[in-house]
Ligand binder design. Structure first.
Ligand code: HEM
Length: 132
């Protein structure tokens, strides 16, 4: 499942700026999301997201390094740090699925299910750190 998702991400990156599209879709899903990114350098944020997404996939595969990276992200996104509301996390998944749907020529419902599984694990983990 991780392999299929990695290959799919590779095809997306080959097609164009999938992360630009991700952020356009993500920010328009809720005014609270665009508000969180008003002062953000979006070029840098796209670079961070690329690493973040690689970590989400490697986390799914059980990588220890990715586990540590995800623990750090979980901490920074928590209530006493960046204070990302837990009810916004599903938008991250939906925007990513929509961006991949637009960019991967081989996208189908089976691949979508794999993407959803991998993303859900990462998002559930980060969201669950809210109160820590
Ligand atoms: C599993 C899902 C997510 C991952 C992997 C992720 C990853 C990252 C990473 C790597 C950073 C850079 C700072 C750091 O390393 O702590 C970051 C920053 C940030 N993230 Fe996330 N994120 C996720 C979900 C979200 C969601 C759902 C939101 C908002 C609804 C969000 C909002 C932000 C904001 C506002 C920043 C700081 C931007 C700035 O520096 O101005 N993230 N995220």
């Amino acid at each position: 499942m991780g392999d299929e998702v990695k290959k799919s991400l590779g095809r997306c990156l080959h097609q164009g700026d999938v992360f630009e599209t991700f952020y356009a879709l993500f920010l328009e899903r809720d005014p609270r999301i665009s508000e969180l990114f008003v002062n953000t350098d979006m070029q840098e944020q796209k670079r961070l997201l690329r690493h973040g997404l690689n970590n989400v996939v490697a986390f799914h595969e059980g990588s220890f390094t990715a586990q540590k990276a995800m623990e750090r992200i979980r901490y920074t996104h928590g209530r006493d740090r960046m204070n990302i509301p837990p009810d916004l996390y599903h938008h991250w998944v939906e925007a990513m699925i929509e961006a991949v749907r637009q960019f991967d020529p081989e996208f189908d419902s089976r691949l979508e299910a794999s993407w959803r599984q991998v993303l859900r694990e990462g998002v559930d983990f980060v969201r669950a750190g809210y109160l820590e």
